[in-house]
Design a protein around this ligand. Structure first.
Ligand code: SF4
Length: 469
């Protein structure tokens, strides 16, 4: 019998009842992340069925998608700045959390922020945990060796009511990352390179484990960027085995185990990495030393090329590709670099952490964004905002002509007042470039914070390596 993978070990530890041909497995959930957009119907179902939340202590609630990124100090202020739908979601979330006894990291809370940013930051995301949230990018938490995936609204209800979830076991997929990154090439370029290689359905039905020599050079924040977009390659989730970087990241965080409990947890976490003879259902290798900064040109994250490459030609039968180029107002054969940019967004659960803001600042420092390019920089959490301010990053951004905002999902999804105007081209550090994702008719190019900042300075899609000495 072959060894077990990281995924197999966590799965087996959490199966309450195994699956059979008729029924999925019942899986125990260690941490349920709840936010204002996908929870209202779940709370309504609890209410109408007279059910309470089974484990409020294992439920972490925040507000991120609908919250405005301008300062708001009262509900009266909120009503002025928020869209009516967003306002209602925020007010309802406050009511639901109060009624069901959940601690909410709401608007005025010092720990608030994007759900996938604050849970690791608080140390609530830990190796070996099963973590779910009504949000596709829950895979982010796999960066710390957790098994984490997005769930639907009905499943949010199931987990709130039972702390368990019906789930079919995915297959395993090893993505081996080899080599050393070149200067100006980042974790975002790795994941865009992976999706370009495997396609947007390459991971369908699989749990990815990122492995290989290159992993050691990746910080936990970089691993979060890579896990965040596993879902964009079709995978159920993405994970990294916990290692010394994971333990250093978690040590001392408020929700991490303390004292003796830390020693016990550490022993358990060290048992989690895949066995040397673990078998995977699928395997792919990527030499990251060959990567260049990557940017998307179409309307899904798999339509991606190196920043200095030319947009490929569609095959005569690929109507979707032709439609995507029409939507993006780009032409096959033309270079992507040099396309005029209207908006730059640096933020989202993919790239709004302190290291991302530092990267952006390294390019913007002492320079000015091009005239007419709206540049929005949005920290992922209140804590990141404080840390960035302590380092003086906002002064760099503001001196460059960029806007420095309150934490939240912001322009990632255009439901909180921040959006890309119709027909305008945005370089965005978020994770989705679907039609209309950042606003009706908005055209989105996904890229790293370095590439986004370089594009803001030049006013056209730009290679960040020209800014790096
Ligand atoms: S930043 Fe975007 S992808 Fe991430 S949780 Fe918010 S809306 Fe979802």
């Amino acid at each position: 019998m072959s060894g077990r993978s990281l995924f197999d070990k966590i799965w087996e530890q959490h199966v309450v009842l195994p699956e059979n041909s008729n029924t999925p497995a019942i899986l125990y959930i260690d941490l349920h992340l709840v936010h204002e957009v996908t929870s209202p119907q779940a709370f309504d179902l609890l209410r109408s069925n007279g059910i309470s939340v089974r484990r409020p202590d294992l439920t972490l609630a925040t507000m991120d998608h609908s919250t405005p990124t301008v300062p708001v100090s009262s509900l009266k202020d909120l009503k002025v700045v928020a869209e009516p739908e967003a306002f209602n979601q925020i007010v309802q979330m406050e009511k639901n959390c109060e009624e069901f006894g959940l601690e909410l990291r709401g608007l005025g809370n010092s720990e608030r922020g994007i759900v996938h940013v604050i849970a690791p930051e608080l140390g609530a995301t830990q190796p070996g945990k099963t973590i779910v949230c009504g949000d596709s990018h829950t895979s982010t938490h796999g960066a710390l060796g957790a098994l984490a995936f997005g769930i639907g609204t009905t499943e949010v209800y199931h987990v709130l009511a039972t702390q368990c979830l019906l789930q079919r076991k995915p297959k395993t997929f090893a993505i081996n990352l080899e080599g050393h990154l070149q200067s100006g090439v980042t974790a975002k370029d790795i994941i865009l390179g992976i999706i370009g290689k495997i396609g947007i359905d390459g991971g369908t039905g699989h749990a990815i484990e990122y492995r290989g020599d290159a992993v050691k050079q990746l910080s936990i924040e970089e691993r979060m960027t890579i896990c965040n977009m596993a879902i964009e390659g079709g995978a159920r989730t993405g994970m990294f085995a916990p290692d010394d970087s994971t333990y250093e990241y978690l040590y001392g965080r408020p929700h991490a185990p303390q004292d003796e409990a830390w020693d016990i947890a550490l022993k358990e976490w060290k048992m989690l990495p895949s066995d040397d003879d673990a078998q995977f259902d699928k395997e792919v290798t990527l030499d990251v030393s060959k990567l260049r900064p990557m940017a998307t040109f179409g309307t899904n994250p798999g339509m991606v090329i190196p920043i200095d490459g030319a947009i490929p030609s569609p095959s005569s039968s690929d109507q979707g590709f032709t439609k995507a180029l029409d939507y993006m107002q780009l032409e096959a054969g033309q270079p992507l670099a040099g396309s005029p940019v209207d908006v730059v967004f640096i933020g989202s659960c993919t790239n709004s952490r302190l290291s991302d803001l530092r990267a952006a600042a390294s390019v913007l420092n002492g320079r000015k964004v091009a005239e007419g390019v709206r540049t929005l920089i949005v920290p992922g959490s209140a804590q990141i905002k404080r840390e960035a301010e302590a380092e003086g990053l906002p002064e760099i951004f503001k001196a460059a002509g960029a806007e420095w905002r309150e934490p939240g999902c912001s322009m990632c999804l255009a439901m909180n007042g921040d959006f890309v105007p119709e027909g305008k081209l945005a370089v965005s550090t978020s994770n989705r470039n679907f039609e209309g994702r950042q606003g009706k008719g908005a055209r989105t190019i996904l890229a790293s914070p370095l590439t986004a900042a370089a594009s803001a300075i030049n006013g056209v899609v730009s290679d960040p390596r020209t800014f790096i000495s």
